[in-house]
Ligand binder design. Structure first.
Ligand code: ARG
Length: 231
């Protein structure tokens, strides 16, 4: 019998750090990776004729994963930055975000980024939140492998604040019933998420851009957006 598998669909290996609800997280029951990014990349894959395989990994391992070709694409709420553009190719932006601050509910001292001077801040390693927190005067920045660990540290009282992406902060607060935490501050800067592919892989970036345009035209993008963020 033949060595080839029955399926002829091309495979798209997609890396993500699935601790970033509502963009990517593991469904407790099904154990599947779900969220806005997961639905979007599956829809893009389908549009391009690929079968999408998700690999959960650390956020700071995603760009190295593209560089050594262990994954083809990154769908992980990754902000398009100049520094990252030196290493990888991004698609067109697919989501507008920005950074906000999460503090304990009873904290009335921290209201904006200026108030974080000299404070203890938890962030996720390798993120824009980590980079921005490190610029704050006299702040003690503690880096965690993933966003849920940073939130746990805030809850445990080990830090004064978490600096992280606004939509993720809002989802976390809504999920925890706003008992413990609240988000403060205007978004520090506008950030846009893109899907990243290897620097050499301009062909795949082009295909993804084309598929994204098609999903925007045919209403599929809108459907996925409304599913995760409402109107
Ligand atoms: N948008 C931020 C960045 O690109 C944080 C992304 C974190 N994503 C994740 N799946 N943990 O640095």
């Amino acid at each position: 019998c033949s060595k080839e598998g029955a399926s002829t669909a091309k495979v798209l290996k997609v890396g993500t750090d699935a601790g970033f609800a509502p963009f990517e997280f593991q469904d407790e029951k099904s154990k599947e990776y779900v969220g806005f990014d997961m639905d979007l990349i599956k829809a893009l894959g389908k549009q391009m004729g690929y079968e999408v395989q998700i690999q959960n990994m650390n956020f700071d391992g995603l760009i190295p994963g593209l560089e050594v070709n262990s994954i083809d694409a990154v769908a992980s709420g990754m902000t398009i930055t100049e520094a990252r553009k030196q290493k990888v190719n991004f698609t067109k932006p697919y989501y507008q975000a920005g950074l906000t601050i999460v503090v304990k509910n009873d904290n009335n001292a921290i209201k904006n980024f200026k108030d974080l001077e000299g404070k203890k801040i938890a962030v996720q390693i390798g993120t824009t939140g980590a980079a921005e927190a490190k610029k704050i005067k006299d702040a003690q920045v503690r880096e965690f492998n993933n966003a849920p660990e940073a939130f746990m540290e805030l809850k445990a009282g080990g830090v004064d604040a978490v600096v992280n992406d606004k939509p993720v902060n809002e989802y976390y607060i809504a999920q925890s019933g706003s008992k413990d935490a609240k988000a403060v501050g205007e978004p520090l800067q506008a950030e846009e998420y893109g899907i990243a592919v290897a620097k050499k892989n301009t062909e795949l970036a082009g295909k993804l851009d084309k598929a994204l345009d098609e999903l925007k035209k045919n209403g599929e993008y809108e459907k996925i957006y409304v599913k995760w963020f409402g109107k």
